[in-house]
Design a binder for this molecule. Structure first.
Ligand SMILES: NC(=O)c1ccc[n+]([C@@H]2O[C@H](COP(=O)([O-])OP(=O)(O)OC[C@H]3O[C@@H](n4cnc5c(N)ncnc54)[C@H](O)[C@@H]3O)[C@@H](O)[C@H]2O)c1
Length: 333
């Protein structure tokens, strides 16, 4: 697979935010792994657009325009949307799978009540479009091996249940209120700018940091655990592509599968050793293995290719080279 550059370069497919015809963007969960990269990207690529990052955290110096916002706080969510007359929301605030199993009540509150609060406020303030990531956690042990959008789902975690709730509720708002709610099922996301926390696929990021810092890593999953992944530049492209897509072309508005590549922990170790030959890996599965075992090893993302030209640029080899180069650069700096 050929890459346009060695480091993150989003929007390589010529995506133009201006063509959305939308002026005001709000990102919830803007301080997280994805939000901390999506928000500055939106900001820097939309000269005449206003992008407001929000998160539970009191401050987030990385963003120029930032407000503290708890998505479960109906009064404040309404107030932010009314004050800024938002056109498009990227709703990223959530508790992830492993955290959700430690704190299921909190996950219910943030992921379900928070989602409902944001969708209701969006409806009442005439927001044009809401984009929400779903997850492969939507699936479950009864899902077929290479699921398509309409495959049986049977999530076993509160996180997965909340993603099923989003996909159903999003469709409900689209049909009942003629709103425009969109989403895609992200696999594990790999990136080097903000470390992930509380997810089942975090090992696929932690391993890079440890390989460079200490030369060894103990995975919290078995070496034969195979899951789908995607690299951050492709995530950013996907979120913008689905936000820009013509609504008539979206046959699964809230439920698109995407993946960049699928690999086992052992294959990831081998790919890292191509760059760091002395890297030493061990495997000591913990409670997250049980979650990983219910997720699909790969997904059928042909509908995303067909409906909105999903075309990931990073496979295992490419993301490994880029991760290691970027983390080594950060270490030197
Ligand atoms: N990172 C992945 O591997 C992955 C995979 C599949 C789906 N997703 C989805 O993508 C979205 C973003 O994920 P991420 O990886 O950036 O997660 P993250 O955990 O890194 O970030 C989530 C952010 O939400 C914020 N938050 C938590 N509770 C909040 C509240 N009550 N009000 C406002 N903000 C709150 C947190 O402070 C955090 O900054 C989520 O919907 C997640 O389910 C992520």
């Amino acid at each position: 697979m050929l890459l346009p550059s060695h480091s993150y370069e989003y929007g390589c497919r010529g995506l133009k935010l201006d063509s959305l015809g939308l002026k005001l963007h709000l990102v919830t969960g803007a301080a997280g792994q994805i939000g901390s990269e999506l928000t500055p990207y939106l900001d820097s690529h939309s000269d005449f657009e206003f992008v407001l990052g929000t998160d539970l955290k009191e401050s987030f110096p990385a963003l120029d325009r930032y407000e503290q916002l708890d998505v479960t706080d109906r009064t404040n969510v309404n107030s932010v949307l009314e004050r800024h007359e938002i056109d498009i929301i990227f709703h990223l605030a959530a508790l992830l799978s492993a955290t959700g199993e430690h704190r299921p009540q909190s996950a219910y509150n943030v992921n379900l009540n928070g989602l409902y609060t944001v969708l209701e406020a969006a409806r009442q303030t005439d927001v044009e479009r809401v984009v929400v990531p779903s997850s492969i956690a939507f699936f479950g042990q009864h899902t077929p091996p290479i699921p398509s959008e309409r495959a049986i789902y049977s999530p076993t975690t509160m996180y997965g249940v909340s993603k099923a709730f989003f996909e159903l509720l999003g469709e409900y708002y689209n049909n009942r209120y003629d709103m425009d709610v969109r989403g895609l099922r992200l696999p594990g996301v790999i990136s080097h700018k903000t470390k992930p926390e509380g997810g089942t696929t975090d090992y696929a990021v932690e391993v890079f940091y440890e390989a460079i810092e200490s030369g060894s890593y103990t995975y919290f999953v078995r070496e034969d655990t195979r899951l789908p992944f995607v690299y951050m530049p492709d995530v950013i492209d996907a979120l913008i592509a689905i936000a820009q897509a013509d609504s008539d072309s979206l046959n699964h508005p809230c439920s698109y599968n995407i993946e960049g590549c699928s690999f086992t922990a052992r294959e990831l170790t081998a790919a890292i050793r191509d760059h760091i030959p002395h890297f030493d890996a061990d495997y000591d599965p913990d409670s997250r293995q049980k979650i990983a075992d219910t997720w699909p090893e790969t997904v059928d993302d042909s509908a995303a290719h067909h409906d909105w030209s999903w075309n990931p640029k990073y496979g295992l080899e490419e993301l490994c080279s880029d991760m290691i180069m970027e983390l080594e650069r950060q270490q030197i700096a």
